[in-house]
Design a protein around this ligand. Structure first.
Ligand SMILES: [Ca+2]
Ligand SMILES: [Ca+2]
Length: 166
């Protein structure tokens, strides 16, 4: 008489639920647009939603505020303002609070651009290319005769229009 042997099958194998892994470091997306306008009588920096709603004047003074630049994480805005006579670089929080002056050269400083790590700001002062720490320290001239600086994503290089004096 045949004997039946019961095969024991392994009880259900537990499959670990895979933990989703981020493919890259997420960059905060604030979904806001910075722009400048003279609609209130002089140059001001505004922020609005991408659909044009909730337009807020962040500077709101009687001097010219322009050339806004987001830090990569969206928490800070660098900009140029002539509120102290000539153009200087300022930094403010994303809601317009905490406005502080970073530069004080005799001429106009303009075109501020954040380094990718938020530690430095490139700008043009008197037609020369400068880099300054975002806390206002260690301003250094990098090149005589330059415009329109932009950082490479690696933060180690800056591209700009060279216009050296003749
Ligand atoms: Ca203004
Ligand atoms: Ca200045």
């Amino acid at each position: 008489m045949p004997t039946t042997t019961e095969r024991s099958t392994p009880s259900s194998t537990r499959v670990a639920t895979p933990t989703p892994k981020p493919t890259s470091t997420p960059v905060p997306m604030r979904g806001k647009i910075l722009f400048t306008s003279t609609r209130d009588g002089n140059w001001e920096i505004y922020v609005m939603n991408p659909d044009g709603t909730i337009q807020t004047n962040l500077t709101n003074n009687s001097h010219n505020d322009s050339m806004p630049s987001w830090s990569l994480d969206g928490s800070k805005i660098a900009f140029a303002s002539d509120r102290h006579g000539d153009g200087d670089i300022f930094v403010m929080d994303e809601d317009g609070s905490g406005q502080s002056r970073l530069t004080n050269l005799g001429g106009d400083e303009e075109y501020p651009r954040w380094s990718p790590d938020g530690e430095r700001i490139a700008s043009i002062g008197g037609n020369d290319l400068y880099v300054i720490n975002s806390d206002g320290t260690e301003m250094r001239q990098l090149f005589q005769g330059g415009r329109n600086p932009e950082w490479f994503p690696d933060g180690n290089r800056i591209v700009f229009n060279a216009n050296p004096p003749v």
